[in-house]
Design a protein around this ligand. Structure first.
Ligand SMILES: C[S@@+](CC[C@H](N)C(=O)[O-])C[C@H]1O[C@@H](n2cnc3c(N)ncnc32)[C@H](O)[C@@H]1O
Length: 213
């Protein structure tokens, strides 16, 4: 019994230490969620645990919109989002890891989704024309980006005036960002808070890109 308890304690300590180290190191260099973990985001159980439907409801997608997910991974949210913006809408996923982009393309094809484009690239760099998207969202991604402000600046530029930025954070993601951090960073680049949904451990903050005065 004592050995079992010690083993469990040691395992917990290791998991917490790795999470804390990953969180700290991600503020200094890009250490994204590895591609081999992609399959863990693809099950129906994960959809329930991570609130896939609730997150999409909170983002508030409408048919006909052109939308971007920054860091879609294998498309847990982006593939159902493609259906929500139909007819007439299109979804784009921008991910820094080639393996995630490949996986996203394969899963979209398998699901018969034709209005989805997967782009490989770093969210802190420009990839899209200004005023291009109606909605941009990130889910459990912001904390993986060393320069979070630069990524939000790119979102601001790529969004249409009056468009929506939606950020979802889920605890205990090692890169979890609190509401106050999300609000502070978004305000720094010019976004206005529109609404906050959910409790602190599963929050979605929606922001507007306001018209210039
Ligand atoms: C934890 S996964 C989340 C996937 C998806 N948003 C979800 O909630 O199911 C984080 C994703 O963000 C991507 N990512 C991390 N840093 C990025 C960056 N600088 N630019 C674009 N994508 C990035 C990773 O490659 C990974 O696919």
């Amino acid at each position: 019994m004592t050995i079992l308890l010690k083993t469990i304690g040691l395992l917990l300590l290791t998991v917490v230490s790795v999470n804390l180290w990953w969180r700290w190191a991600s503020r200094r260099r890009s250490l994204p969620c590895p591609t081999w973990l992609a399959s863990s985001l693809e099950s129906a159980v994960m959809d329930r645990l991570m609130g896939t439907k609730a997150t999409l409801d909170r983002i508030g997608l409408q048919p006909g919109q052109r939308v971007l997910e920054v860091g879609p991974g294998p498309g847990r949210l982006l593939i159902p989002a493609a259906k929500r913006v139909s007819p007439g809408g299109e979804v784009v996923g921008l991910d820094i890891q080639p393996g995630m982009v490949k996986r996203l393309k394969a899963r979209a094809a398998q699901a018969g989704v034709a209005n989805l484009t997967a782009v490989e690239g770093d969210a802190t760099q420009p990839h899209f024309p200004p005023e291009h998207f109606d909605v941009i969202w990130m889910c459990t991604v912001l904390g993986e980006i060393p320069d979070r402000e630069a990524a939000l600046r790119q979102c601001y530029t790529a969004l249409k005036t009056g468009g929506r930025l939606s950020i979802t954070e889920i605890f205990p993601d090692p890169h979890y960002q609190s509401l106050s951090t999300v609000q502070r960073l978004a305000a720094m680049v010019g976004f206005q808070l529109q609404a906050v949904h959910g409790p602190w451990f599963f929050l979605t903050a929606n922001f507007d890109k306001p018209a210039l005065p």
